[in-house]
Design a protein around this ligand. Structure first.
Ligand code: NCD
Length: 309
């Protein structure tokens, strides 16, 4: 399959075949991601990393991925130091990054920003999160994690918990899990329910998600519990945030209701939604999940830049 030059704006643009190829490539790249093996697959290539919003894992794992492939990185993590301060448009900033690099990774607070960037760049654009919209590379690493931990993607029983309204990771993941025929349960405070459009997308694959506020009951038969942070920065009204903050916490007492081999995922950062006592249980795989960002992003960068894997 030739993936050279492709933009990755939403997970919906990737077919099952595309996703499977990326996951297979990522599996092969794990020893390179760990630094146990060396490759210069992307020597001479430059990745522009444009982060208009805070990030730890996404930005660092993209940087690590490009470094592990012997490519180079330019960019910024604080737009305050760029010409945006002088009033430059996003389109012009993108034109410049396009001129200076071979591939552009962008995170921006506005939904649709990555799509706009793709209109102004010839190089591939990778969406590293556009507001409350989509987060396709997180979705790929989430799929990779489920596939490696549960030995298959198809047919898992997955609970998505937390801020399903503003959380971009769960918007991408609900779609992708439906594509693989997973059973879905959405657990959230009633103010933060999964948007109707996302539920419609699940239905288009014949999946009818269950919506509930009852976490204890929802996790009883779950294979995967995917927890998310309440997206404080996306609330138009701080009082609305105060109403829902701390609505749920995953702790050891709650896990008594779950299957022994249920895995607990979280895109991170967590605030209060997973108690630190859970970190030492075998079910907690969120730090491993964060590492998986490296081989998955290595696979994507190599494939979009035409590197022979
Ligand atoms: C997520 C994001 O930025 O959408 N984090 C990440 O990319 N690992 C989730 C979040 O910020 O809560």
């Amino acid at each position: 399959m030739d993936f050279t030059g492709r933009d990755v704006i939403t997970i919906k643009e990737l077919s099952k075949k595309d996703i499977n190829s990326i996951l297979t490539a990522a599996e092969k790249l794990v020893p390179y991601a760990r630094g146990d093996k060396y490759t210069d697959l992307l020597k001479g290539k430059i990745m522009a990393s444009l982060f208009f919003e805070p990030s730890t894992r996404t930005r660092l794992s993209f940087d690590a991925a490009m470094n592990r492939l012997s490519g180079r990185i330019i960019g910024f993590s604080d737009p305050g130091g760029t010409s945006l301060k002088k009033g430059e448009t996003l389109a012009d900033t993108i034109r410049m990054a396009d001129a200076y690099s071979d591939i552009i990774v962008i995170r921006h607070p506005l939904e649709g920003s990555a799509r706009l960037a793709a209109e102004f760049a010839d190089s591939p654009i990778i969406n590293a999160g556009d507001g409350a919209g989509q987060h396709p590379t997180q979705c790929l690493l989430d799929l990779f994690t489920i596939k490696t931990e549960k030995k298959k993607l198809e047919g898992n029983n997955v609970v998505l918990l937390g801020d399903l309204k503003y959380g971009r990771t769960v918007h991408s993941l609900a779609y992708a899990l439906s594509l693989y025929g997973c059973q879905l349960t959405f657990v959230s405070p009633k103010e933060l329910k999964m948007p109707k459009e996302v539920i419609e997308e699940c239905r288009s694959f014949g999946i009818e998600p269950t919506n509930t506020t009852n976490l204890e009951k929802a996790i009883k038969d779950a294979d995967v519990l995917y927890t998310t942070r309440i997206q404080k920065e996306r609330f138009p009204d701080p009082e609305e945030y105060q109403k829902v903050v701390g609505s749920y916490t995953v702790d050891k007492a709650l896990l008594k209701n779950a299957k022994k081999d249920m895995i607990i995922m979280h895109p991170l950062p967590r605030v209060t939604e997973i108690h630190p006592e859970v970190d030492y249980t075998p079910q907690a795989i969120y730090f491993k999940q964060a590492f998986n960002g490296v081989p998955v992003r290595m696979a994507l960068l190599s494939m979009a830049l035409g590197g022979k894997l």
